[in-house]
Design a protein around this ligand. Structure first.
Ligand SMILES: CC(C)(COP(=O)(O)OP(=O)(O)OC[C@H]1O[C@@H](n2cnc3c(N)ncnc32)[C@H](O)[C@@H]1OP(=O)(O)O)[C@@H](O)C(=O)NCCC(=O)NCCS
Length: 174
């Protein structure tokens, strides 16, 4: 399997992959493919952090990390949001999602980013080091259970003195 940066020629395939991956997902609005289209055009987009997994010439997985801030009063701490990660239903449970997440973390760290936030399955992300955001006093601007709001220190200790509200790109609310 090859994991590489997404290129514009991949956009239509990634669109179809997202539709298929989230089709039966209970906690999805089934619009992730449109969110990704908006994020690619937004200031939050970092091309190196839009990543595909390719197997035998076919794109089977996708992950996107985009820039966010964690805001407390006037102070903004730059961070990243993981959204979405998706693997084709025919290729799930084979470790591809996990490899994409680890690859994206390493790439983000190499670019100098220090942390990642995610809104997702409370049983999945802790495997990759994510911890409850509430342990850090970090809040999300969505009405969701606290257990689904998680954060990861890419650099140990980087969130030690960071608390506040996650400020997503406006692309998340369009
Ligand atoms: C979540 C997803 C990206 C995982 O990719 P994957 O390649 O199947 O995952 P991996 O093979 O690396 O890991 C498998 C683990 O993920 C868990 N997992 C897989 N799909 C899951 C799902 N839909 N919900 C919760 N956990 C899931 C499995 O329980 C398994 O755990 P185990 O190792 O303890 O048995 C993939 O299932 C997917 O695309 N789901 C639909 C889209 C989605 O929900 N994305 C996440 C948004 S928060």
């Amino acid at each position: 399997m090859i994991i590489r940066r997404e290129e514009p020629k991949d956009y239509p395939i990634v669109f179809t992959l997202l539709e298929a991956a989230f089709r039966d997902e209970m906690h999805s609005d089934h619009k992730e493919q449109f969110l990704v289209e908006r994020l690619r055009k937004s200031q939050a987009f970092v091309n190196e952090l839009s990543i595909v997994a390719e197997q035998d010439g076919e794109i089977v997985g996708y992950i996107l990390l985009t820039e966010i801030d964690i805001q407390q009063n006037e102070e903004l701490t730059p961070s990243l949001a993981l959204a979405p990660v998706a693997v084709l239903p025919t290729h799930q449970y084979k470790g591809i999602g996990g490899q994409l997440i680890e690859y994206a973390h390493n790439k983000a760290r190499s670019l100098g980013y220090q942390s990642v936030v995610v809104l997702g399955h409370e049983t999945y992300y802790p495997k990759f080091g994510y911890q409850p955001a509430e342990n850090f006093g970090i809040r999300f601007p969505f009405d969701v259970p606290a257990e689904n709001c998680m954060v990861l220190e890419l650099v140990p200790g980087s969130l030690k003195n960071v608390k506040g509200l996650v400020r997503y790109s406006p692309a998340f609310f369009e």
